[in-house]
Design a protein. Structure first.
Length: 279
């Protein structure tokens, strides 16, 4: 597996993408996650610049020159907004698909939703995700639906935390739809992940690798929580998973002086090497 990370390890939004690419590459990463959500709502983000397309094209050209690949992306987490704002959020979600096309991303991750009465969960997911899937298919980009945690602190999700939930959403949507397995979210649901991973089959396309102690979504590296990494890797090996081993561990560097961040990112890459080689 190729080891990948989101650039949100570099906590300063003000840093240029080019600087973050160079620093991550020096730490060993050649595959990256373009997390659009990190840039939503920030001043001078792609959502506020009139020339956002030109900006992303220049970033892509730089990444190509450095031989760094943006394999996956995290779309706008529009499901966190109230339903009466959905129209505006949908426009921004579709823009994240267009941005992914510019970056030559293969899969864009979106969360399922679990609002409304249980009997309407599937219908509500279809209504919110189908315009995104339809638009992405026109651009030949896949949508990967991510598992959400069953329990997050004192919040309980009623839908979207099981592989069976994700599979029925995919079936309802049709199109180029796969799955993203978030190990941190899954660890907030159950200590056993292998069987849930195996249920996803060949449609498991991307990963969010993170660890926690089963209470909050800490976004820390493997071994900084109590997730069972042998169990997880047994599931991935059982599928012959060939996507990236992609870290979503921004809290690992949060609060560190900038002078120490590259040491932490290099160590994170070593953790990825250790797991993918030894487990």
């Amino acid at each position: 597996m190729n080891i990948s990370t989101s650039l949100n390890l570099y906590t300063s939004i003000g840093q240029s993408f080019e600087e973050k690419i160079i620093r991550a590459k020096k730490c060993g990463f050649r595959y990256l996650d373009f997390n659009i959500t990190d840039y939503y709502g920030y001043k001078d983000s792609l959502y506020t610049q009139s020339n956002w397309k030109d900006w992303l094209k220049s970033v892509k050209e730089f990444a190509d020159k450095e031989q760094v690949i943006f394999y996956q992306s995290h779309g706008l987490m529009y499901e966190a907004f109230k339903t009466d704002r959905y129209s505006n959020c949908l426009d921004e979600a579709l823009r994240s698909i267009e941005a992914a096309k510019i970056m030559d991303v293969k899969w864009v991750v979106f969360h399922p939703v679990d609002y409304g009465p249980p009997k309407e969960f599937l219908k509500n997911n279809y209504e919110q995700l189908s315009p995104i899937v339809d638009y992405a298919e026109k651009l030949n980009i896949g949508i990967a639906i991510e598992n959400i945690p069953r329990k997050l602190s004192n919040i309980y999700h009623e839908y979207g935390y099981k592989s069976d939930h994700l599979k029925e959403i995919k079936e309802s949507l049709g199109g180029k739809v796969g799955f993203c397995w978030d190990t941190g979210h899954a660890n907030l649901t159950s200590k056993e992940q292998k069987n849930e991973i195996l249920k996803l089959g060949k449609d498991l396309k991307v990963l969010h690798i993170a660890d926690n102690f089963g209470y909050s979504d800490d976004h820390m590296p493997p071994f900084y929580g109590d997730a069972d990494w042998k169990d997880i890797m047994t599931g991935l090996r059982g599928l012959n998973y060939d996507g990236t081993f992609n870290f979503e561990t921004h809290n690992f560097t949060k609060g560190l002086p900038d002078e120490l961040i590259d040491y932490a990112v290099s160590y994170l890459f070593k953790i990825g090497e250790y797991i993918t080689i030894n487990y």
